[in-house]
Design a protein. Structure first.
Length: 200
């Protein structure tokens, strides 16, 4: 679930960030301001409306409900917009269009390679954020076979007793994927988080 969510988040956030950074369209500023302001809303405030929306859309299946709401987070879009503005010159896009590239091909073959550090940073953030979340799986998941790792660990604290030995062992095992992802992408994480910090 965390892997699929991370891939979807990176793709859609990059696409949306590219659109906000390099295209002009009606309502762009208003749409971006609304999207950005959503960062100030605590997740606990939208849990119930989000659950109702997911249920009415027929996405209450835990596999979809755990992934679909997070494929385009506001933080990811904002980060990719800032990095796209800094790392992708307009001249390169114009050259690709003159060579006959479609807009999507320009994005896929020209923009994404230039955003590699930012993509690595966003991938680390997205994976850890999805992998560690507890509240949303606790709301949407009922069947044990769909339990995420935090939800499984939380289930060990049952009414009959608290199995501290299993919780400690499970916590150590649960930390391994996060550590592996961080070690593999640590360079991209550092360079990606600093890419949009300084104006060129």
């Amino acid at each position: 679930m965390a892997t699929i969510s991370t891939v979807a988040t990176v793709f859609f956030s990059s696409l949306a960030g590219f659109g906000f950074a390099k295209y002009e369209f009606r309502g762009k500023k208003v749409l971006f301001d609304v999207m950005f302001s959503s960062l100030a809303v605590p997740f606990a405030v939208i849990v119930v409306p989000l659950f109702i929306l997911v249920a009415k859309l027929g996405l209450a299946n835990p596999f979809f409900a755990l992934i679909v709401p997070w494929v385009a987070p506001a933080f990811g879009i904002f980060m990719m917009r800032q990095c796209t503005e800094q790392a992708v010159p307009d001249e390169i896009l114009d050259a690709a269009r003159i060579d006959g590239c479609s807009e999507f091909r320009t994005f896929w073959t020209v923009v994404l390679p230039l955003l590699r550090p930012a993509i690595g940073a966003l991938a680390v953030w997205s994976f850890l954020n999805t992998y560690d979340t507890l509240l949303w799986p606790l709301v949407i998941v009922a069947e044990p076979e769909y339990y995420t790792v935090p939800l499984g660990l939380q289930a060990l604290f049952g009414a009959e007793g608290r199995q501290y030995d299993l919780v400690m062992a499970g916590s150590i095992l649960a930390a391994v994927p996060a550590l592996v992802i961080f070690v593999l992408l640590r360079k991209q994480l550092v360079s990606g988080l600093t890419a949009g910090a300084v104006k060129g």
